[in-house]
Ligand binder design. Structure first.
Ligand code: CP3
Length: 343
């Protein structure tokens, strides 16, 4: 028998004794324990060392009392075996040395055998599951095809995604071929995590909010749907993006048991519009964690009031924890959500 979990129950829209909470980027630079590990290891090196990555995954579970662990890894790890030259530079984030700029580049992308190339992630999953026992479930994750493609094309972070948007229209066939490839890799990667023991998975389409609803439907939806349809049945899927207010109905159509909301939408009316036959996750502005406990309590209460105790709400931030966040405030949020939502 599977151990009871408020988080997994909420993913399945079952009633729970309180609202479960975990936080995107709950393991990261705001934690002194993480910064200490980073003094000894580079970021990619940390991801590729299952023992160390498992330790980082567990840090917030021990320190914060969250209701789920999220695997310590990165959405860009699966791009490295494509042969594009992935690196993480200090202070500037990810960088792709040989970005995709045309149809020829798409044709040149290497094949990816996830077991051979990112098997270290699956090993981390196994180690974390062993260490967690029955405490809380482990969430695996991957980047969605659009967000991965945006890194391949832009070569790094972007504000306007102009190269990506130009590519979509100038190279329609190559675009769809590339996203189909990425969808296959992502499904293999997530199924590998599930086989290794991940009990839920989150698909991060972080930057898809840059698109119009029509472009989402034409250029993205079929590929995100294809990932979700290929996943091992029975494992809850969380589908998340930032700036997605106008895209949420289409994201819902693409799939997912849980739809992730950022802080730009009001949870109550948004959930009502999406329908209570899908679970929702979110959606505190991560910047609220830079304020006082009173402010955190007020903002958390507004979100819980919006959810109105409908089964299927997972509390989270609307995006990841900022580096500047005091750990005490994150811990305070977890306690406040548990206290205010106790039924
Ligand atoms: O949430 C967690 O605690 C799990 C770990 C996790 C990381 N990246 C670790 C990480 C997860 C879920 C991700 C996902 C990820 N990675 C996304 C989607 C989530 C989101 O934020 O929208 C994206 C877009 C990436 C790509 C990426 N990786 C960027 C843009 C950066 C640089 C930004 C930054 O904060 O420096 C990374 C690096 C990264 N991934 C760090 C961590 C803890 C910081 C690395 C460091 O220690 O310097």
């Amino acid at each position: 028998m599977a151990p009871p979990s408020v988080f997994l129950d909420a993913c399945r829209r079952r009633p729970t004794a309180f609202t479960p909470i975990w936080l995107m980027r709950q393991a990261g630079r705001y934690m002194p324990e993480y910064r200490a590990m980073r003094e000894r290891h580079g970021f990619l090196e940390l991801c590729k060392n299952p023992q160390a990555a498992a330790e980082v995954t567990l840090q917030p579970v021990d320190r914060l009392g969250v209701d789920a662990a999220i695997l310590f890894a990165d959405i860009l790890l699966v791009l490295e075996p494509l042969g594009v030259g992935l690196e993480f530079t200090k202070g500037e984030g990810p960088h792709i040395q040989r970005p995709v700029r045309g149809a020829d580049d798409v044709a040149r992308l290497g094949r990816v055998d996830v077991e051979a190339s990112v098997g270290f992630v699956f090993e981390t999953v196994r180690l974390v599951r062993k260490a967690l026992g029955d405490r809380v479930p482990l969430i695996g994750f991957a980047g969605a095809p659009f967000t991965l493609a945006s890194y391949l094309i832009e070569g790094g972070a972007s504000r306007e995604f102009l190269l990506t948007k130009r590519f979509m229209r100038a190279e329609r066939d190559a675009w769809h071929a590339m996203l189909e490839r990425l969808a296959g890799i992502t499904a293999d990667y997530l199924n590998g995590q599930i086989a290794a023991g991940a009990q839920a998975v989150q698909l991060f389409d972080s930057w898809v909010g840059a698109l119009s609803p029509a472009d989402y439907r034409e250029f993205v939806l079929p590929h995100s749907r294809s990932v979700i349809q290929r996943l091992t049945p029975g494992t809850p899927v969380i589908h998340f993006g930032v700036g997605t207010a106008t895209l949420l109905p289409s994201m819902r159509e693409a799939g997912g048991d849980v739809i992730g909301l950022d802080w730009r939408v009001e949870l109550g009316p948004t959930w009502e519009r999406l329908g209570y036959d899908v679970a929702v996750q979110g959606n505190l502005d991560p910047a609220v964690l830079l304020s006082s406990t009173d402010e955190i309590r007020r903002a958390a209460k507004a979100i819980l009031d919006g959810a109105a105790r409908h089964p299927g709400h997972i509390f989270n931030l609307g995006h990841g924890v900022h580096q500047e966040t005091p750990v005490e405030n994150v811990k305070a949020l977890v306690d406040i959500v548990h206290e205010l939502s106790a039924r």
